[in-house]
Ligand binder design. Sequence first.
Ligand code: NAD
Length: 462
Amino acid sequence: MLTSTNRLIDDALNYTNISKELAHRIKVPNATYSINFGVRLNDKLHTFNGWRCVHSDHMEPVKGGIRFDIDSNLEEVEGLAALMTYKNAIIEVPYGGSKGALKINPNDWSEDELEKITRRFAQELIERDMINPARNVPAPDMGTSSREMAWIADEYKRMHPADINSLACVTGKPVGKGGISGREEATGRGVQFIIREFFRNKEDFKLANFKGGLKGKKIAIQGFGNVGFHIAKFLQEEDDCIIEAILEFNGAIRNNNGINVSEAHDFFRQNNTFHGFSGGEFINDGNSLLKEKFDILIPAAKENVINIENASEIKSNLIVEAANGPVTYEADKILNKNGIIIIPDIMANAGGVAVSYFEWVRNLRHIRFGRLEKRRNLNQIQTLIHSIEAMTGKSMPEEFKQVLNDGINEIDLIRSGLDDMMIEAYQKVKIIQKESNIGDLRTAAFKAALEKIAVSYETIGL
Ligand code: NAD
């Protein structure tokens, strides 16, 4: 995966003035720590293998998720860490890039066992500052969630009881344990915001051969975990899209009239398969649907799923990379040649790290967003309502009063900040694409990121 990313980077470097030497320095990972550790479970000693890669610490802390996946390996972790470096640069969060993985299948272990394994893994990383509020701040990724982040934060606190900022050692924690509302939905929400921005951009919209707006667009999503579920839910409930197909590792469901996302979600959580779900046709070889025609195809599961084997058969107008690295280098070239537009991962799924940034800042501030100004704003709104009523001699309709009197909650601020970051990232990449006459969004996005990182290295004399 790192090789694939570096080939994409080489293409983008052709559009920059970055020297060969500096480009090499940016591309290679700083350091990767490989760990083997033992945990005694049910009187048997098990040895686990994991990694944490710091790809670039041109800014600290470095940031990137920890995944639990049996297929993980060192090369994948380094590739994913590299993507974090570029992603963080594009959305302008003050972080370098990092990533971690533990080579396990979480489904093989009970919750108690997983807690012991996670805590031991965390100890190994904390001891070496690979988890630290000022140095390296993980978040959830495939196979991990707020539960694992809470265990990690607790372990850090035990090892650093006097660190007042200990909660900021990891993001994506549960709300009530230092987490922030909106983090769990953030990556999916960010994908929704960037798709909306795409549809506001007339030029891209035409290039993708779309007619009409986002409403009614037919969508296929691969991966129905945290990211895939939230994308499906928001696009269906708030944008009136038709979720036509959902692809999982063990089969897909398809319904031309649209799948009820909440029902499908409940069914999949209970049964770990779509087999037997009455809201659509079950298809055994789910991933064969990748080659069917949809308006928007959203890979939200794993890397390398669109590759040299299937790329030339992809027919959807737009691919939105919610997963990290779902399209290989060779596939990217084929899709571009075939006129299929791609919103690349480093833009599309940046919502998770954006809201992680808000959570980290909130943990360091020790006060929730909006706390200081909420009452004052409400008093001002009350005064405004009274003045309007006094001046007009009429009372304001209750429904408007209600909305105004609700004031701004933290979740409103989080969504507003996220929306702004996604829109800004998209618009910035579009300007670079136009100015440099670049054919695709990915190369333009990498150019934007590389130039930002290069400045950071140059200012420290490299
Ligand atoms: P998750 O573990 O919650 O969900 C992944 C889903 O994909 C699972 O339901 C799994 O069964 C399914 N899946 C696995 N292999 C599959 C296959 N071959 N075909 C179809 N489905 C398959 O993970 P997630 O957090 O939703 O992450 C998904 C992707 O999004 C990953 O690439 C991750 O790196 C990326 N991502 C996640 C976040 C985040 O905040 N969680 C942020 C940015 C990017």
